[in-house]
Every structure is written in structure tokens, then in C-alpha cells.
Design a protein around this ligand. Structure first.
Ligand code: G3I
Length: 354
């Protein structure tokens, strides 16, 4: 059997990938089985998709992912139990459309978490319990979501308690992006410390890792890992990708291109590919150095064929492109270790060569 990422990293941490049901058959499925030993559902376990209306659960896609993983001896990370985004509208409203009270919302949260975590009990080794509850703006601490507006900060600790009760052996994570940036890092640290001090059952922090070539710096990555680990918490890199976009050429601009066909905008320039290779090498060196606290590294999507980065901002459906709003030119991201043909990129080899 050919070696994959998970084999190279056997002595370090598990290596995961975010998937949706389209990837469970064919070439992408083969790639997943060869390279990864952990999977996360990109969308199918989130509150909106899995609990679309009160009393209705839609397990189908999530179950397919869990069954696929079980069949191939792949572990499953659960994502996520509480988020401001992709939360179903019914959750915050009563039958006549008024905003619900804190008591009602917490009761609904408890019912949701208990049902979902029990449904997958023993099959999911780690849950992202609360996703992105800290605000990006320096002047705010918590994100001013409906969760926060209705409950204050209490929903966070409660979510961990409900999840722990439903499956005491699942590891429980707080998950966020830009968690290495100093200002946000201090706020997340403050939240995590308050949870740890209050003996709330939290295992660790998920650093999403939607990173760029130059940001965050290696120094900031190390500082964040050390700071969070100082609380006795584990760390998982939960949504890793490295955005690299080709610059817009003068011809493209002259042509006023709005949507470059895939065939034109295919592949990275050698120079950008080299920079990405270096950057991937650098960050995996850091991860390996912290193998005592890092327990999983998960990529957000399989290959450059489809990335969430391409479906934003009016990108072509299926992940072909993302638009640059200032120039109105579609520029694809090439964020992962496998190219559009699912072949290993140079960056792949820089990650396994150690
Ligand atoms: O499934 C519906 C489809 O029925 C509908 O016709 C279509 C029209 O917009 O939307 C489809 O849902 C989309 C869904 O992805 C599934 O493709 C949503 O609009 C779209 O917003 C959703 O995007 C997901 C995004 O989270 C939601 O904000 C991305 O796929 C997913 O990669 C992304 O993942 C998040 C993590 O959960 C948390 N951290 C950040 C990360 C990237 O944003």
C-alpha cells in the first residue's frame, strides 16, 4: 500500500480533511483513504443542515460520512455544535415570530446538543463545541451574535457541559480563526482560562488555520500554541489552508475579464508554487515541534479542484473561482496539497520530507 500523509505523521498527530458526501465515492474517496486518518464534515453536522426545523433532524449526509469513515478505519471530528453562522432561523424565534428568552434558547441548545452528540456517541472522537464566539474588533470581547444577545456569555460553558454529559469520552474543543493574532489571542485566552478555572469540561482549542503566505508569522503561530498550551489544553489545527492567488495579468485587466474560464486560470505560477511549498514546510516544522500538544491537523477541503475559498464572492458554483471585488476578475485560490487533478503538489512533498 502506498504511503500517505497519515503514515508519515503516525508518530506526530492524526491528519484530517473536511469532506462532503460528493467526495465519498470515486477518485476523491480513494485519495481520502490513502492520505487521511481523520475526517470532518464540511457542513453536514452544523445546526442548520442537521436540525432544519424544530423536532426535525436530517441525519442522512452526516451518517454517510460517519459510515464511510468507519468502513475505512478513519476517525471523525464533529463540526460543530454551536455557531452564529448556519444556525437555523427557527431556533431564535417563538411560534409567533418573537425572539425567545434565554431559558427557551438554552433549553433548545441542550436538546440539540444532547440529541446530536448521543446520535454519534462513540463514533466521534472530538467535537467543535463552540465555533467563533470571540469578536474580531478590538473594542469587543464576545461576538454580538444572537446567542450572545439572548444569553450573555453563559451559552459557552453550558454548551460544553451538555456535550460532555451526552458523551463523556468525546474530546471537546473551542474553535476559532485568527487565533494567533495578538489581540484576538488575548481574548480567546481569557475565555479559555475562565472555562478551565471554572472546571468546565474543555479539552482544547482548535486553531482553524485559514492562513496566507505571510500571515500569521511563524513567531505568532508558536506564541499562540504556547500560550494556549500553558492552560493545559490540547491543540488541533482544524481547518488548514494556505491561500495563494495568481496576480491579475495586464491582459486580463485590459479584457475587463469578469470570469476567467478555468482553462485560462489553471495552475499556479512556478514562483507562487515555490512560495507555497516553503510556507507549508515552515508550518509543518512548527507543528512537529509541538507534537506533545498538537493532536490533529485537518485540511479544509481535499484538493485545489474544490475549495470553500472559491465559492465565495460570487465564484463559479463547484468551486472554480473567486472574484476580486475591486477588479471584478475571478481569481482562483490554490490552497491545498493536491492539485485540480488530485495529484500531489510540490507542497505535499515539502510536508512529508523530514
Ligand atoms: O446547501 C445549500 C444549497 O441547498 C443552496 O442551494 C445553496 C445556495 O447558496 O447553498 C448551499 O449551502 C451552502 C453550503 O456551504 C453548502 O454548500 C451555503 O450557502 C454556504 O454558505 C456554505 O458555505 C460553508 C460555510 O462554512 C458557511 O459559512 C462552506 O461550505 C464551509 O466550507 C464553511 O466552513 C467554515 C467552517 O465551518 C468554520 N470556519 C470557517 C469555514 C470557512 O468559512
Amino acid at each position: 500500500r502506498e504511503k500517505g500523509l497519515k503514515d508519515y505523521y503516525k508518530k506526530y498527530f492524526s491528519i484530517g480533511v473536511a469532506v462532503n458526501v460528493r467526495a465519498l465515492s470515486g477518485n476523491e474517496a480513494d485519495l481520502i483513504v490513502r492520505e487521511f486518518n481523520s475526517v470532518t464534515a464540511e457542513n453536514d453536522m452544523k445546526m442548520g443542515p442537521i436540525h432544519p426545523s424544530e423536532g426535525t433532524y436530517n441525519w442522512r449526509n452526516a451518517d454517510s460520512i460517519v459510515n464511510f469513515a468507519f468502513k475505512h478505519k478513519i476517525k471523525v471530528r464533529g463540526h460543530n455544535l454551536l455557531w452564529h453562522n448556519q444556525a437555523p432561523a427557527w431556533l431564535f424565534k417563538d411560534s409567533v415570530g418573537n425572539q425567545v428568552s434565554k431559558e427557551v434558547l438554552l433549553a433548545r441548545l441542550k436538546e440539540h446538543i444532547t440529541t446530536v452528540v448521543k446520535h454519534f456517541k462513540g463514533k466521534i472522537y472530538a467535537w467543535d463545541v463552540v465555533n467563533e464566539a470571540i469578536d474580531d474588533k478590538p473594542e469587543n470581547y464576545f461576538r454580538n451574535s444572537l446567542w450572545y444577545k439572548i444569553c450573555g456569555e453563559d451559552f459557552i460553558a453550558k454548551a460544553f457541559e451538555y456535550a460532555h454529559k451526552a458523551d463523556p469520552s468525546a474530546a471537546l474543543y473551542y474553535n476559532d480563526y485568527n487565533s494567533e493574532e495578538e489581540g484576538k489571542r488575548e481574548k480567546i485566552y481569557r475565555l479559555l482560562k475562565s472555562l478551565v478555572d471554572a472546571k468546565i469540561p474543555i479539552t482544547g482549542i482548535g486553531l482553524q488555520g485559514h492562513w496566507k503566505l505571510d500571515k500569521p508569522s511563524p513567531d505568532l503561530i508558536r506564541k499562540a500554541i504556547e500560550k494556549y498550551a500553558s492552560l493545559g489544553l490540547k491543540i488541533q489545527i482544524t481547518e488548514l489552508d494556505l491561500t495563494v492567488r495568481k496576480p491579475v495579468s495586464p491582459q486580463d485587466r485590459l479584457a475587463g475579464a469578469t470570469q476567467m474560464p478555468m482553462a485560462v486560470d489553471s495552475g499556479l505560477t512556478p514562483d507562487l508554487a515555490r512560495q507555497q511549498e516553503q510556507r507549508y514546510k515552515e508550518i509543518f516544522e512548527i507543528f512537529r515541534a509541538y507534537k506533545n500538544v498538537i493532536t490533529n491537523v485537518t485540511f479544509w477541503n481535499i484538493s485545489d479542484r474544490y475549495s470553500w475559498l472559491d465559492s465565495r464572492n460570487g465564484g463559479v458554483a463547484g468551486g472554480a473561482a473567486a472574484s476580486d471585488p475591486t477588479r471584478r476578475v475571478i481569481r482562483k485560490a490554490y490552497p491545498l496539497l493536491f492539485d485540480e487533478k488530485l495529484q500531489r503538489k510540490k507542497a505535499y512533498f515539502s510536508v512529508v520530507d523530514f
